[in-house]
Write a protein that binds this ligand. Structure first.
Ligand code: CP
Ligand code: NVA
Length: 305
């Protein structure tokens, strides 16, 4: 049976295994002992939105594993527009061994996965960004040694990254507080699922609207853009609402002194985060970006081998 990674919940019981595998692949590659576990395999990479990290990390990750990534730009397949989602899924499955898909609409993501005969990996949709969260957890594990019992605080828009982070933290037993303004809360169904999973795994998952209360004693502070791809028309309105959630020196002073700052990137410097924080010694944003590749290699190794 082929497996898909559409939600981080699809690997909720295997996150530790994936992170250990990612660390192993990273260490081996850096020691010049690369594993070629996906020799001659091909990943089709369908993009409906721009990308730096997702495109490059998947493509080079496939190369490191002995295979190839094929980039398909927003002008090419046009899933569900030029032809049906079903036909796209069936045809592309005849050429490639796995599909990475960056989509506008999670419903099309699910439909493609349902009909594809090869694994589908979510490279971001409007609801989740699971590979990002694997890289984030890998970065925290490298910095802190373990994840269970740490406090993750997310500030800003309750978006795709925030949704997956809630589920991912719950899965590994990390406490998480999402501080988001009214009207920009995380997805209600996902929040409820994360709370229930957190209860099962011994951690608390909460949403609040007060950034200062949220950040107190944080081990990790995370933020993302206030305006996600596809929401550009709301930029002005959002820029009025979000400034109290900016991650700046005053706010991070409330966290633990050895807190780690994360951002999925691209960052809008001096909007959601100040230069003083993103460039501080606590920031691990470039390790985090690098870790996209190792985490995705672990996923592809597990799903496509
Ligand atoms: N963090 C992330 O997914 O970056 P890209 O949009 O550049 O792929
Ligand atoms: N929330 C952002 C993440 C970008 C990697 C977006 O969807 O645009």
């Amino acid at each position: 049976m082929k497996r898909d990674l559409i939600s981080i919940l699809d690997v909720k019981d295997e996150i530790d295994i994936l992170l250990d595998r990612a660390m192993d692949l990273k260490a081996k590659q850096k020691a010049g002992q690369a594993e070629r576990s996906l020799d001659k395999k091909v990943l089709g990479m369908i993009f409906e939105k721009p990308s730096l990290r997702t495109r490059v990390s998947f493509e080079i990750g496939m190369y490191h594993l002995g295979g190839t990534g094929l980039y398909l730009s927003p002008n090419e397949i046009q899933v569900g527009k030029r032809e049906s989602v079903y036909d796209v899924a069936k045809v592309i499955s005849r050429y490639v061994d796995g599909i990475m898909y960056r989509a506008f609409d999670y419903r099309i993501m699910k439909e493609l996965a349902e009909h594809a005969d090869v694994p589908v990996i979510n490279g971001l949709d409007d609801l989740e960004h699971p590979c990002q969260i694997l890289a984030d957890l890998l970065t925290v594990k490298e910095q802190k040694g373990s994840l269970k019992g740490l406090k993750m605080v997310y500030l800003g828009d309750g978006n795709n990254v925030c949704n997956s982070l809630l589920l991912g933290c719950a899965a590994v037993g990390m406490h998480m507080v999402a501080a988001c303004p009214e009207g920009y809360e995380p997805n209600a169904e996902i929040l409820a699922k994360a709370k229930a999973l957190g209860t099962e795994r011994g951690c608390t998952i909460e949403h609040m609207t007060d950034p200062k209360a949220a950040v107190t004693n944080a081990d990790v502070i995370y933020t993302d853009t206030w305006v996600s791809m596809g929401e550009e028309a709301e930029k002005e309105k959002r820029n009025q609402v979000f400034p109290p959630f900016q991650v700046n020196d005053e706010l991070v002073a409330l966290a633990k002194p050895d807190y780690v700052f994360l951002h999925c990137l691209p960052a809008h410097r001096n909007e959601e985060v100040t230069d003083s924080v993103i460039d501080s010694p606590n920031s691990r944003v470039f390790d985090e970006a690098e870790n996209r590749m190792w985490a995705e290699m672990a996923v592809m190794d597990l799903f496509m081998k």
